[in-house]
Design a protein around this ligand. Structure first.
Ligand code: CP
Length: 304
């Protein structure tokens, strides 16, 4: 059973807890292939999707996951709420919680916001991305997807390319993958690597072309175009030339490499469209597996 009542960070989970979530997700993955893909596990429970930032995959995936478990789902969008009148995160959550909400799925731009709510609510809290901190269910669905192709991740080389510094996805993957024994290598512009990133148990590759041929998984991160003005890298074109997973680079990869991206993709910037849509890409599998993984998390936290 996942320790505590919340899922806030993969840094907090043990290897055993990660496997428990993956194993439970495998059971739910079978449910999702049935003609009627619904189980009554969370009948009578209410899940609140509290999203203060835009989301396509995570919000819809949690919504479908909760409904497949027969829970009632309430969605909240900050842009059409009393947040615009100045209401705080805590007041918002407390006022909805008293309407008998059992679990809160939070996405927020502030690192630590999920912990902040978890410390103050009776309902369980799932972190659906808190600023640059963590996005644990993304890390879990990525691990699940890798395990569809490898029985174990022990000694598998996972190369994460891009803006590691601002990426909650990278952090959750680094914590989760290293706990499962994978060798994680990061590569990106020096301005987009966290200080002392090696202390997270990863190796830094300064040259993507040297790192690519050894990788069993290449995990490409979204380059955030909005950061272009802040001078962290010279231009989108230069970024593509130095770090983009181009068609030419893809030719030098292992035959059975897995190509992953959390979405949304900037086609032609961090990854070429032909590579993102090619036979070695499992990007749509990641989105698909997110439902089973989030069913698992909601089920275990609700006491399943
Ligand atoms: N991967 C991910 O978190 O996507 P969304 O922002 O669309 O939820």
């Amino acid at each position: 059973m996942i320790r505590g009542k919340n899922l806030l960070a993969l840094k907090d989970l043990s290897r055993r807890e990660i496997w428990e979530i993956i194993d439970q997700a495998r059971t739910f993955r079978e449910v999702l292939d049935r003609p009627i893909p619904i189980v009554p596990a969370l009948r009578g429970k209410t899940i609140l999707l509290l999203f203060f930032e835009p989301s396509t995959r995570t919000q819809i995936s949690f919504n479908i996951a909760a409904k497949r478990l027969s829970a009632d789902v309430v969605t909240f969008s900050a842009s059409s709420s009393s947040v615009l009148k100045g209401e705080t995160l805590l007041d918002t959550a407390r006022n909805i919680e008293v309407m008998r909400v059992d679990g809160v799925v939070l996405r927020h731009s502030a690192p630590g916001s999920a912990q902040f709510l978890a410390d103050r609510l009776t309902a369980f809290v799932v972190n659906a991305g808190d600023g640059c901190h963590e996005h644990p269910t993304q890390g879990l669905l990525d691990i699940y997807t890798m395990l569809e192709h490898h029985e174990s991740l022990e000694d598998k080389v996972v190369l994460i390319v891009g803006d590691i510094k601002h990426s909650r996805v990278a952090r959750s993957n680094i914590w989760g993958l290293t706990k499962l024994g994978a060798e994680v290598v990061v590569c990106g512009p020096p301005t987009l690597l966290p200080a002392e990133v090696e202390k997270m148990g990863v190796r830094v590759a300064s040259n993507i072309d040297e790192a690519l041929p050894d990788a069993d998984v290449v995990y490409v991160l979204r380059i955030q175009k909005e950061r272009q003005t802040s001078g962290l890298f010279p231009s989108v074109q230069e970024y593509r030339e130095l770090y983009g997973l181009t068609k030419a680079r893809a030719r030098r990869l292992k035959k059975k490499v897995l190509l992953m991206h959390p979405g949304p993709i900037n086609r032609g910037v961090e990854i070429d469209p032909e590579v993102a849509d090619g036979p070695r890409s499992v990007i749509l599998d990641q989105a698909k597996n997110g439902v089973a993984v989030r069913m698992s998390v909601l089920y275990l936290l609700a006491g399943g």
